[in-house]
Design a protein. Structure first.
Length: 532
């Protein structure tokens, strides 16, 4: 049996996927919530949210991600970062997965990746779990209902959590698999219920396709001045640096919180929703995001809650610190309806420096921007992982290495070219520690970070005095209204300046050791930025 609105010439059987049980095409949110509840996939929460746990996997499985090594992509994939799968392994995986799917019910969502119609791709998501259909319906962009009558997918993603891969037979690493085949225009996901694999597979796909069109794909949030899309800002950052929080400025219009493209026309969101971390989420500090946790259809993932009242516990990370909520973009009152903006006027690179070395804000030259973009620095702190007893650096190139199928310099050069062409001002913003490293110092005051960002975005830092940082060579403002001068000079915030110097030298060496891998591929001015 099939139900729902679909192109009659583009059913699963037309894609040689047949023998399934019931197939539900393009159900809307109420029907998806009903289906997920009736199938026992989760529970109803306050306001009609959907409460779910994802079992063994509460985060992505980057080591289980594979790209099929065919002739068409053999010379363009960054194989040091992307595990190869043979075409024969993929064919066997596909055959066995489709056989496993026979007789089972599936949910199909025909969706769009990209708010700019000139560069968007049509994606068919085939999910075993009804709530995965709800999740991805939030995350990607939804066509008008009548457009579904003619919808043809450019790529198809099949997600079957109950399927276990065979590493020997399928040429993969484990029973969990995410396999991307550009020739067959298909992505297969098996062995994990974590919903984030759905959206990140599409992000990875766009990260490969768009650079061929001269478009810079970015793991960033973005906003623009209210009523003025030309004044656009993008915020690069890894998890925990404040990418979602800082872009959700009530005084500016939100374009999106995670994934964007930068084309010749400007900035556009890839997604139709947000996937926000909820650990320690506060009604007072982040009222708009908090409110989504009580709105109909929001997916509440891996959060502890009261069985009777369904009140959420935002501080209990016993299931995972990676607890999240997924909701459509229109749940944020100041979100852009078109999800597009102008060329970035300001580019902010967010880092959480647990070493207490970096200043709260610094202005970067284009060469320094490429250096820090390729570095993609943040840090883990004690207690986040077993065995971590002091701050550990994390370098994730382009602020999203797991999603980068091409070599880093491809994205770095694109970013540099666009900065030069459109005159964007670049900033490094540290949301981590000050007054000492993690365990001694304190977290950078969010009030100060917001004040510095506001000054940067509104041009208030264009005429102030700067000093050159002795460790990294970038420019740091000496004084900014509303921010204590001492905060702008990290060395002064430490009780023992010599201890700061030792910590700074240690961090500089970590940067240099990581960046050595890029030296054969970059220009001399970026090399100069790498050595200060």
């Amino acid at each position: 049996m099939t139900s729902g609105r679909v192109n009659p010439k583009f059913r699963l059987e037309d894609q040689q996927i047949d023998g399934l049980g019931n197939v539900y095409y393009n159900l809307m949110e109420p029907a998806l919530v009903e289906s997920a509840l009736s199938r026992g996939e989760g529970h109803l929460g306050k306001g009609g949210t959907f409460l779910v746990t994802t079992g063994k996997f509460t985060g992505r499985s980057p080591k289980d991600k594979h790209v099929v090594k065919t002739e068409s992509v053999a010379d363009t994939i960054w194989w040091e970062n992307n595990a190869a799968m043979s075409p024969e392994g993929f064919d066997a995986l596909y055959t066995d997965m489709v056989a496993h799917m026979k007789g089972r019910d599936y949910f199909v969502q025909d969706l769009i990746g990209g708010a700019d119609p000139k560069h968007a791709i049509n994606v068919r998501m085939v999910t075993e779990l009804a709530w995965h259909g709800l999740f991805i319906r939030h995350m990607l962009r939804r066509p008008e209902r009548e457009a579904l009558d003619d919808f043809i997918a450019d790529f198809t993603v099949i997600n079957c959590p109950s399927f276990q891969a065979d590493p020997a037979k399928h040429d993969c690493r484990s029973e969990t698999v995410i396999a991307m085949n550009f020739d067959r225009k298909m992505i297969l996901i098996g062995g994990t219920e974590y919903a984030g694999e759905n959206k990140k597979s599409v992000f990875t796909l766009l990260n490969y396709l768009l650079p061929e069109k001269g478009i810079m794909p970015m793991h960033c949030s973005a906003n623009h001045a209210t009523g003025n899309p030309v004044d656009t800002a993008v915020f690069f950052g890894l998890s925990g640096t404040g990418k979602t929080t800082l872009s959700a400025d009530p005084e500016r219009t939100l374009i999106g919180d995670d994934e964007h493209g930068w084309s010749d026309s400007g900035t556009f969101n890839f997604e139709g929703g947000c996937y926000a971390k909820t650990i320690n989420l506060s009604r007072e500090a982040e009222p708009e995001i908090y409110a989504t946790t009580e709105k109909f259809g929001t997916v509440i993932e891996n959060m502890v809650y009261d069985e009777d009242t369904r009140d959420l516990d935002f501080d209990d990370d016993s299931l995972t610190a990676n607890m999240r909520c997924a909701y459509p973009l229109h749940y944020i009152s100041n979100a852009s309806k078109k999800a597009v903006g102008g060329h970035p006027k300001n580019i902010i690179m967010l880092t959480c420096d647990a070493f207490g070395v970096l200043p709260p804000i610094a202005r970067l030259t284009p060469a320094q921007a490429m250096y820090h973009f390729l570095s993609g620095f943040t840090s883990k702190v004690a207690g986040t992982e077993r065995g971590v007893t002091e701050p550990e650096p994390t370098f994730s190139t382009c602020f999203g290495a797991p999603f980068m199928p091409r070599r880093p310099e491809v994205y770095g050069n694109l970013l540099r070219e666009k900065i030069a062409q459109h005159g964007a001002t670049c900033w490094l913003v540290n949301t981590g520690w000050t007054g000492g490293a993690y365990g001694t110092g304190s977290r950078m005051p969010i009030k100060a970070t917001r004040a510095l960002l506001t000054a940067a975005l509104e041009g208030g830092l264009s005429g102030v005095q700067y000093r050159k940082d002795p460790n990294f060579g970038f420019e740091v403002p000496v004084s900014v209204d509303g921010v204590a001068d001492i905060l702008l000079d990290p060395r002064r915030t430490w009780d023992d300046p010599e201890s700061y110097d030792r910590q700074a030298a240690k961090l500089v060496n970590m940067f240099a050791a990581n960046f050595a891998q890029y030296l054969p591929f970059i220009d001399d001015d970026v090399k100069a930025a790498a050595i200060g």
